[in-house]
Design a protein around this ligand. Structure first.
Ligand code: AP5
Ligand code: MG
Length: 221
């Protein structure tokens, strides 16, 4: 990875954005990542004003308002020195509406650090509900486990801290359906937007082990 990389991972809930992000961070230590869902869950955990508002949206599988998300993520980018032409980062889960994408482009253009690669993870939507049902997370760190794919060393305990793993409140069949429907609606204009900018790529596969090497290759070319 010779040139600065600024990557956006798109994909349905459960498509493996968080899993692929972790693998990329291990492989490319210069990358910093921002997961919009993790940022929101951290606000909920700390009981901030944003957290109180966001909790209602997460529980019901609706989207947090664009204006809140744009200010939250631009603040995160500033905090990790992400607004410079040499910055390397990856975004997971933001932008996820056309309007968020336009606002992000404006902010990044001003700082000459626009996105240079957008990857849409394409995983068969029939298999991802099962993944969601077997997912457990360590909320303070965002570490992700699956009861069958990557189980913790000690059942229901985080590998690093030994703290309890929990189920996300939105990881149930009813809320998942709403999240998936919303994703399928929002992705259409978002995909077109990045296709027109000439930076959109699709990576398909049933498992992250098939998908990951393809994403890595994109970053090395
Ligand atoms: P967010 O946290 O971003 O959730 P999401 O987009 O629905 O995606 P997930 O985190 O559920 O899935 P993932 O793709 O990261 O998959 P993972 O790697 O965990 O957002 C949550 C909510 O926040 C939204 O609904 C919304 O309310 C709000 N929000 C966030 N961003 C927003 C924005 N920009 N605007 C407005 N609102 C926003 O993998 C899933 C599971 O599969 C894991 O258990 C993993 O271990 C397992 N797995 C991974 N790979 C494999 C494999 N190969 N085989 C088997 N299992 C696997
Ligand atoms: Mg995730």
């Amino acid at each position: 990875m010779l040139k600065p990389t600024r990557l956006l991972l798109l994909g349905a809930p459960g498509s493996g954005k968080g899993t692929i992000s972790r693998k990329l961070l291990n492989r490319f230590p210069q990358l910093k990542s921002i997961s919009s869902g993790d940022v929101l869950r951290s606000h909920i955990l700390r009981g901030t004003k944003i957290g109180v508002e966001a909790e209602k949206c997460l529980k019901t599988g609706t989207l947090v308002p664009d204006s809140t998300m744009v200010s939250l993520i631009s603040e995160q980018l500033r905090d990790l020195d992400g607004l410079s032409s040499k910055a390397n980062w990856l975004l997971d889960g933001f932008p996820r509406t056309f309007s968020q994408a336009q606002k992000l482009t404006e902010i990044l253009d001003k700082n000459q650090c626009n996105l240079n690669v957008v990857v849409e993870l394409n995983v068969d939507q029939n298999i991802i509900l099962h993944r969601i049902e077997s997912r457990y997370v360590h909320l303070p760190s965002g570490r992700i486990y699956s009861l069958d794919y990557n189980p913790p060393k000690v059942p229901f305990k985080d590998d690093i801290t030994g703290e309890d793993l929990v189920k996300r409140e939105d990881d149930n069949a009813a809320v998942f359906k709403k999240r998936l429907d919303k994703y399928n609606e929002e992705i259409v204009p978002l995909r077109e937007y990045y296709q027109k900018l000439g930076i959109w790529h699709e990576v398909a596969g049933i498992t992250s082990d098939i998908i990951y090497p393809k994403v890595e290759k994109l970053l090395l070319t």
